[in-house]
Design a binder for this molecule. Structure first.
Ligand SMILES: *[C@@H]1O[C@H](CO)[C@@H](O)[C@H](O)[C@H]1NC(C)=O
Ligand SMILES: *[C@@H]1O[C@H](CO)[C@@H](O)[C@H](O)[C@H]1NC(C)=O
Ligand SMILES: *[C@@H]1O[C@H](CO)[C@@H](O)[C@H](O)[C@H]1NC(C)=O
Ligand SMILES: *[C@@H]1O[C@H](CO)[C@@H](O)[C@H](O)[C@H]1NC(C)=O
Ligand SMILES: *[C@@H]1O[C@H](CO)[C@@H](O)[C@H](O)[C@H]1NC(C)=O
Length: 265
């Protein structure tokens, strides 16, 4: 009996250490020490128990969108308009397009001009599913591409321009709750992105081969096959884009206590 009690006290103590799930000296449960944080103007919080949490969170996102477009310096979020992506690497090792592509200094116009077409959130599971529609995204930057396209060997680098119209994207985020200094944060552990392009136009200017015959043939080839190449590269592009945005979002979520945007009520 006594030893059983000792064992349970020890177990409880161990639980406190491992799970941070016991009362601390301040009498708050779960090891939390969360003051009443001020609500920044760009946040419109929701309540966990809100039966209409999807539409509440939809409103939260609509509210923050213009701030995202301009950038939120205190969250280290650069502007979405224009969006500058220093580098994106993608590799596709199968199918008719087997290339390693490296894009740098990408500037995108239009990525801030989206609408959320569907928002689903399961806050107890920290799952957030978003559907977004972008009327138009114009991109330019530098590229370096190596590999084979339809057995045609490609080695090209230079600058590119692309115009994507009627882009529909889905983002499925899996979050985890983390505790830092007694404060809960939600971090994204997995982000899956997919997209479809209504229209795509593409232009590349090869610097390696300049204006010689090979260079011109390569340009023509890449341009004529732009849609197929993009479609083949879609999974690799989705992974690369998701990696970029996961880092981008976690830099913000790591500075924004969970309680600020999701009340426990
Ligand atoms: C108890 O709360 C006070 C004031 O909120 C805080 O300064 C202190 O660090 C807390 N102690 C613990 C053990 O969390
Ligand atoms: C959240 O709950 C509080 C208290 O019940 C309420 O005053 C507030 O309006 C709720 N917020 C939303 C967005 O539903
Ligand atoms: C990146 O692109 C911008 C505009 O396209 C250009 O002004 C800038 O010089 C480029 N930077 C680098 C490092 O190439
Ligand atoms: C944003 O989209 C609207 C139509 O949905 C369009 O009229 C407007 O020009 C777009 N703005 C930018 C910066 O692309
Ligand atoms: C949220 O996810 C959990 C775990 O997957 C599930 O049990 C629960 O039914 C979901 N809630 C809603 C409202 O979908």
């Amino acid at each position: 009996m006594v030893s059983a009690n000792v064992a349970s006290v020890l177990l409880l103590g161990l639980g406190c250490l491992v799970l941070v799930s016991c009362e601390d000296q301040n009498g708050t449960s779960n090891g939390l020490n969360e003051p009443d944080f001020p609500t920044p103007e760009y946040i419109r919080p929701c309540n966990r128990s809100d039966p209409k949490i999807d539409s509440c969170f939809h409103e939260t996102l609509r509210h923050i969108q213009p701030y995202l477009v301009k950038g939120i310096p205190e969250l280290d979020l650069p502007p979405l308009e224009p969006l500058v992506i220093p580098e994106l690497k993608m590799e596709n090792g199968q199918g008719p397009v087997r290339v390693r592509a490296y894009f740098t200094n990408i500037t995108a116009i239009g990525p801030g001009n989206f609408t959320f077409t569907k928002v689903r959130v399961n806050i107890s599971a920290y799952r957030i599913d978003l559907h977004l529609a972008f009327p138009k995204i114009e991109l330019q930057g530098d590229y370096d591409i190596n590999g084979n396209v339809l057995l045609f060997p490609i080695q090209s680098h230079g600058d590119f321009w692309a115009l994507f119209g009627d882009v529909e994207a889905t983002a499925r985020a899996q979050g985890v709750e983390v505790l830092r200094d007694g404060v809960r944060y939600m971090m994204i552990s997995r982000l899956l992105i997919d997209f479809s392009l209504g229209r795509a136009r593409f232009r590349v200017m090869d610097h390696l081969n300049g204006n010689n015959v090979i260079g011109q043939a390569m340009n023509q080839f890449l341009n004529q096959n732009a849609k197929e190449i993009i479609e083949e590269m879609r999974p690799a592009a989705s992974i690369s884009i998701a990696k970029h945005f996961k880092e981008f979002l976690n830099s913000a979520f790591g500075k924004l206590p969970l309680k600020v945007w999701m009340h426990d009520a």
